[in-house]
Design a protein around this ligand. Structure first.
Ligand SMILES: [Zn+2]
Length: 114
């Protein structure tokens, strides 16, 4: 069994705070942004993975759903982590423990207008 460790960005190892409720344009979700420009979204039930992935990509595209839908899979990378909301740790998968998922997504290339 993997040992639980504090929440860290899988791309740059920065320690991250717990996901927070975010309202961005038409979007509402629980998550955050890392200093390396990756975004992370919480899926509390771990049963809405498709939707959470879509939200993560849409957030990466600054709320542009159409851009997210047509995003080239070569242009971004995603990582999925088991997450414990109570202790803000990742990696633990104890039986009976409420398990959430965190979806991390990052664009590989910088947006040209930045
Ligand atoms: Zn990061």
């Amino acid at each position: 069994m993997a040992k639980a460790t504090p929440l860290q960005c899988p791309f740059c190892d920065t320690y991250l705070r717990s996901p927070i409720d975010i309202n961005f344009k038409d979007m509402e979700f629980t998550g955050g942004i890392c200093t390396c420009r990756s975004v992370y979204l919480l899926d509390r039930s771990a049963r809405n993975m498709g939707e959470t992935y879509m939200d993560a990509l849409t957030f990466l595209c600054r709320g542009d759903y159409d851009a997210a839908m047509t995003l080239d899979p070569e242009k971004y990378e995603t990582v999925e982590l088991n997450y414990n909301y109570q202790s803000n740790t990742i990696g633990s998968r104890k039986t009976g423990e409420k398990s959430c998922k965190l979806i991390f997504a990052r664009l590989k290339d910088r947006a040209p207008d930045e």
